[in-house]
Design a binder for this molecule. Structure first.
Ligand SMILES: Cc1cc2nc3c(=O)[nH]c(=O)nc-3n(C[C@H](O)[C@H](O)[C@H](O)COP(=O)(O)OP(=O)(O)OC[C@H]3O[C@@H](n4cnc5c(N)ncnc54)[C@H](O)[C@@H]3O)c2cc1C
Length: 403
């Protein structure tokens, strides 16, 4: 496969070999490039185009750990106890069998860059931005960037198609957090707080998330599930109030901040009919509807997509979840959207189950029939039954192309 790179402002043109262009070198782009690089000499020639000029520790990736989780060697923290709290109620979950695990983004970025550097078959082009929609010309994709043009046979596009907008998802999960260091011992490093609804307001689902790294250092985030995406400025008041409460008058410094907006129950968009171009990543079905979590799902996709490409096949998009999972996620999101005030009660009920492995497997995409049954029985049935007609109606409209 031939690639042509034509550099802007230069009469020089260069001919090189490439098969695959990956647009965006974040979690999905680097994960795929890394898996391809692991194939050494049989790796198809690959170029990753990434807009940023350098990687910084811009996020933390958490998941429920078990033997099937990927990149476990990058985990820096694990919590065997997590809590969910609302007013005077608190559910403490012993999750020793599947601890809540965290990979700092910088650990992943460094590992991926190291893996890519081992083979000349993969090029990571930093500080290069795609500036126009790729077009197919003579059987090849022409990708225009601020540096010039690239031509490739396969394109895997991980860029978000557009900015988050109300109406593009059932709910948006917006969060804003700070990693802080206190001058006094304020945290219990053995217990992560997944959802503390104590700052909940009527009309929207607000909770706080606290990952303690030591007695003095923690990541604290304010999160809102709402029909509209929110910016860090919308969450700043709650975040400051909660941090103030946690540090109990001790002074603290902010080490870094992170912010995200993730779709929960994204409406399907028409993809390209040409199978040599796929859209993937969190904005293209990479995130789990009910939670917005995507890191382990993206790792699973990267494995499968790399295998297909190395075998000479087409790139793969994200596989659809099993119908029962999609139906349960859709119903759960409809209930949350219609009854935001009931959210604390619903999450407490889910985690209060005497065997928390059901909800952990459900959230980790590994649920079986007994897990689905346990979740259905843990929740107030009438609240869900009344949303079923609306869900059915939305499903019919989607099939008719009106969703
Ligand atoms: C702060 C934060 C915390 C998160 N925490 C978790 C978590 O705990 N667990 C979990 O499972 N998921 C989590 N997620 C969700 C998800 O795992 C991440 O969003 C993940 O990074 C998604 O990967 P991605 O490749 O789709 O997007 P990104 O990692 O954002 O990668 C997209 C890349 O495309 C590049 N790009 C965009 N436009 C262009 C362009 N025009 N040209 C070239 N490059 C371009 C961007 O610079 C970026 O590097 C979190 C997300 C955020 C934002």
């Amino acid at each position: 496969m031939r690639r042509w790179v034509v550099y802007r402002g230069s009469k020089r043109s260069m001919e090189a070999e490439t098969d695959i262009m990956i647009l965006g070198g974040g979690c999905a782009g680097l994960s795929l490039a890394l898996r391809l690089a692991e194939h050494g000499a049989s790796c198809p020639s690959t170029t990753v185009i990434e807009a940023r000029s350098k990687y910084v520790n811009d996020r933390t990736w958490c998941f429920w750990d078990d033997d099937s989780a990927k990149l476990r060697h990058l985990v820096t923290h694990r919590w065997s106890t997590v809590v969910i709290a609302h007013d005077m109620q608190k559910v403490t979950v012993d999750c020793q069998a599947n601890p809540y695990a965290m990979i700092p983004a910088e650990a992943f970025y460094n590992y991926a860059k190291g893996g890519l550097a081992k083979t000349p078959r993969v090029t990571l082009a930093l500080n290069e931005r795609v500036i126009a929609e790729p077009q197919k010309e003579g059987g090849l994709w022409r990708v225009e960037t601020n540096q010039g043009f690239h031509f490739a046979k396969w394109v895997i596009d991980t860029r978000p198609e557009r900015l988050p907008e109300g109406g593009d998802a059932v709910l948006w999960q917006s969060f804003s957090g700070q990693e802080i260091e206190c001058d006094a011992e304020c945290f219990n490093p053995g217990v992560a707080s997944l959802m503390d609804f104590s700052l909940s307001k009527s009309g929207r689902i607000t909770f706080m998330y606290l990952l303690p790294f030591s007695t003095r250092r923690a990541l604290i985030e304010a999160t809102v599930f709402a029909p509209e995406p929110l910016g860090p400025e919308d969450l700043a008041g709650d975040l400051a109030a909660y941090i103030h409460r946690q540090v109990e008058g001790s002074t603290h410094v902010v080490l870094r901040s992170e912010h995200g907006v993730l779709p929960m129950g994204q409406w399907a968009r028409a993809g390209r009919s040409d199978l040599s171009y796929v859209r993937v990543g969190v904005a293209a079905g990479g995130a789990r509807s009910a939670s917005g979590y995507a890191f382990q799902r993206i790792q699973g996709w990267a494995d499968e997509c790399a295998k297909a490409l190395v075998a000479g096949g087409q790139p793969l998009g994200h596989a659809a979840d099993p119908w029962i999972m999609r139906a349960m996620d859709a119903l759960f999101l409809r209930v949350l959207r219609a009854q935001p005030g009931r959210a604390p009660e619903l999450f407490l009920a889910l985690f209060a189950h005497r065997d928390p492995r059901h909800i952990i497997r459900f959230m980790s995409d590994r649920a079986g029939p007994t897990d689905f049954a346990a979740i259905v029985f843990a929740l107030p049935t009438w609240l869900f039954l009344r949303e079923i007609p609306g869900l059915f109606h939305a499903f019919i409209n989607t099939r008719k192309g009106r969703g």
